[in-house]
Design a protein around this ligand. Structure first.
Ligand code: GDP
Length: 342
């Protein structure tokens, strides 16, 4: 594969090249991985798109919202990429978000690019692939990269760690309960949009907005929020009501964060986080390969049989990996590593 040619096509905005590149970063094959890394480094940092995380339970109106919201942006001449993180596909290979009939209009829009979630991958793998897909979209010159996910906690945390703004899409609540939204998820939100604020549902939507606005005020004040944020507001993805206002607020928030250094600080912290996560995951993948895998099994059997203490077995295991062991004298580490490697 000609990496330079592919990079040039992506930079020129070629959507097929972008799609192929995302397939490449999604591949688990070692040779593909090497090509993916070469491609990402050939592309460099690219432009900084606005990375928007969007989460909501199935049926809340995410596809309807993205279709309408994305169309507002493309009508302005902006280029919009939509990536999906579907935790269900990580478990079952099935998919809540992968349905090809979603966002039909936007998917035909030449200024939009829609990519379903990679399937059959564990969450850590999905995180890396999505992050790399975001980088590819930025290299391809998209103005906005929307990362969509379904509300089940883990995937939201992951998405919030790779976006500039995190938006929660909610449905109007029937009663006075806040639909069991976990506090942790509320704390990630920069904006809560209560969808379906139209027709018969409008009064319930407005009540729900007031409830969430109240709940948001009770949260700890974050330095990255100007006055009035995080905020809750009503929208109707179906009629389009409130979407322009929501977009204006997102832009206002993003601008404020840029002007005050919070945007840059968040991206820096995210980069550091993903660096650590990659190292951790790399170490774990070493454990899954020989010779670590065999030694791990053998040591586990010895520990289970009472032949060795868990601590002693762990020390031996970690020595094999060439990692210094916590609490061990520094001088003893090289000898251990040499012994294990020999
Ligand atoms: P997703 O599963 O979150 O992607 O939700 P969908 O976008 O597929 O929408 C689920 C259902 O809610 C569909 O029947 C939509 O037509 C409906 N829906 C979405 N947005 C609105 C809205 O703003 N108002 C109303 N009344 N219905 C909506």
């Amino acid at each position: 594969m000609d990496i330079e040619a592919m990079a040039a096509e992506i930079r020129a905005g070629g959507r097929r090249a972008l799609a192929r590149a995302i397939t490449l970063v999604e591949s688990a094959r070692a040779d593909h991985r090497a090509q993916a890394l070469a491609l990402l480094s050939a592309l460099g940092p690219g432009r900084q798109a606005l990375r928007l995380g969007l989460s909501g339970t199935p049926g809340v109106g995410k596809s309807t919202f993205i279709e309408a919201f994305g169309s507002i942006l493309t009508a302005e001449g902006r280029r919009v990429a939509v990536l999906a993180v579907d935790p269900s596909s990580a478990r079952s290979g099935g998919s809540i978000l992968g349905d090809k009939t979603r966002m039909e209009r936007l998917s035909r829009d030449p200024l939009a690019f829609i990519r379903p979630s990679p399937s059959r991958t564990h969450m850590g793998g999905v995180a890396r692939r999505t992050r790399e897909a975001v980088a590819l979209c930025e290299a391809a010159g998209f103005d906005l990269v929307l990362i969509e996910t379904v509300g089940v906690g883990q995937s939201e945390t992951m998405v919030s760690e790779m976006c500039d703004l995190f938006i929660l899409l909610m449905a109007p609540a029937g009663g006075d309960e806040l639909q069991g939204v976990k506090r942790g998820i509320m704390e990630m939100a920069d904006m809560i949009l209560v969808n379906k604020a139209d027709g018969d549902l409008a009064p319930a939507a407005n009540r729900t907005v007031a409830d969430y606005a109240g709940a948001l005020r009770l949260l700890r004040k974050r330095p990255q929020d100007p006055e009035g944020f995080p905020k809750a507001m009503p929208v109707s993805a179906q009629s389009g009501a409130g979407l322009a206002a929501a977009l204006a607020d997102m832009r206002r928030l993003a601008e404020w964060r840029r002007a005050n250094g919070h945007w840059q600080a968040r991206r820096a912290a995210q980069a550091a986080h993903w660096f650590e996560a990659e190292v951790r995951q790399g170490l774990l993948s070493v454990l899954e390969r020989e010779p670590a895998r065999g030694l791990m099994a053998a040591l586990a059997a010895e520990v289970a049989g009472g032949l060795r203490s868990p601590e002693a077995a762990a020390t031996e295991m970690l020595a094999l990996l060439g990692r210094p062991v916590a609490g061990m004298a520094p001088g003893s580490v090289p000898g251990q590593v040499a012994a294990a490697g020999g």
